[in-house]
Design a protein around this ligand. Structure first.
Ligand code: PMP
Length: 354
């Protein structure tokens, strides 16, 4: 450890991202990327914009904000844009959660939350999930400093109904409630419809999953203009150009090409039920997912060993070395061809020929 590190740098345990291997022959089902590429329209828009790289991007990102707002019938004042939703999350922790006050989030959830809480000196209470891995709604009432959870939750994939979310917000009238909707386009419905009713609700979404743009890094928050202003203040204190010209151009086009988005999203949802049925037939236990991944376990198969064996055979899934998730694997939904290859390898591993 460097003697030059501050105590903050010493204390924080950074987030460990999923493996990114530069090998195109690997079937990569470990970080919930979209298995389909961005549409041609998006590629062309990025290509065209590359001629303008001499110029700074727009600091206010008006066009993209208004495209995103239009999707939900909201003005651009309700939209904040950042460099991936990870950055939007970081700004939201800084803007809405007070150092010293205690926020709540689920014990099994996105592992960036504890990193940000520690980084910004925010205390936290991790709420244990119910035995069936659902969120215990009442335990999120009356938080001391706000709360956050993904819907669908990650890595469980379990979706919480809007009625329940409403109850959580109603029971936290004085704090900001953040719903991280990274996977919402694969699920029933977004909480954005509640924004008009609840000025303390902030919804965060991303173009990394359903819009096939993980490499472009565009995330956004949707909320009451007062909350959005808070985020702008934080952003402008760091860097008013949070996103670049290529990202803005690609993201605008990804929203405009709604047909492609609908097609790829439906294919992923179909493949999710196919994979679920196939794994069930192989006696896996599967949590009911409304995301683009499944969290699975098998009573007779050690998850870590299965992960290692799949990796050796060119298929990468996610194994978490975390309490509560020891015997689970998270499998991102791939193309039908990738899923069939995965199933063949699984059959080979768990039923070796005599
Ligand atoms: N929230 C959740 C729950 C996630 O799983 C992820 C992806 N790892 C993110 C946010 C961040 O996504 P991105 O920064 O690519 O928008």
């Amino acid at each position: 450890m460097s003697k030059f590190w501050s105590s903050l740098a010493r204390q924080v345990n950074p987030y460990i991202p999923g493996e990114q291997l530069n090998d195109e022959t690997i079937i990569k089902l470990n970080t919930n990327e979209n298995p389909y590429p961005p549409s041609n329209q998006v590629i062309q828009a990025i290509d065209k914009e590359s001629k303008n790289l001499r110029l700074y991007p727009s600091p206010t990102i008006d066009e993209l904000r208004s495209e995103i707002g239009n999707m939900y019938g909201l003005s651009q004042d309700h939209i904040f844009i950042g460099n991936g939703s990870d950055e939007v999350l970081a700004f939201s922790f800084m803007a809405f959660f007070e150092p010293g006050k205690r926020i709540k989030y689920p014990e099994i959830t996105y592992s960036f939350y504890p990193v940000y809480a520690k980084l910004f000196n925010i205390s936290f209470e991790q709420i244990q999930l119910n035995d069936d891995y659902t969120i215990p709604v009442e335990h999120f009432y009356d938080s001391d400093g706000g709360l956050i959870f993904p819907n669908p939750n990650a890595p469980t994939g379990i979706y919480l109904e809007l009625e329940e979310i409403k109850r959580i917000i109603e029971n936290n009238p004085n704090h900001v409630v953040i719903i991280d909707e990274a996977y919402i386009d694969f699920a029933k419905e977004s909480a954005v419809s509640l924004i008009d009713t609840f000025p303390n609700l902030l919804v965060i979404q991303t173009m990394s999953k359903s819009r096939s743009l993980a490499g472009l890094r565009i995330g956004f928050a949707i909320g009451n203009p007062e909350l959005i202003n808070g985020l702008e203040r934080i952003k402008n204190s760091f860097n008013s150009y949070t996103v670049d010209r290529l990202a803005i151009a690609g993201a605008i086009e990804a929203i405009k090409d709604n047909k492609y988005f609908q097609q790829t999203t439906s294919k992923i949802i179909e493949s999710r039920s196919y994979l679920e049925k196939q794994l069930e037939a192989r006696h896996f236990d599967i949590l009911p997912s409304q995301a683009n991944f499944l969290l699975v376990s098998h009573k007779e198969v050690n998850a870590e060993i299965l992960y290692q064996k799949l990796k050796k055979q060119g298929i990468l899934v996610r194994y978490f070395q975390k309490p509560g998730l020891e015997n689970f694997l998270r499998i991102s939904i791939g193309t039908p061809e990738q899923i069939d290859k995965l199933l063949k390898k699984i059959d080979h591993i768990i039923k070796p020929s005599p």
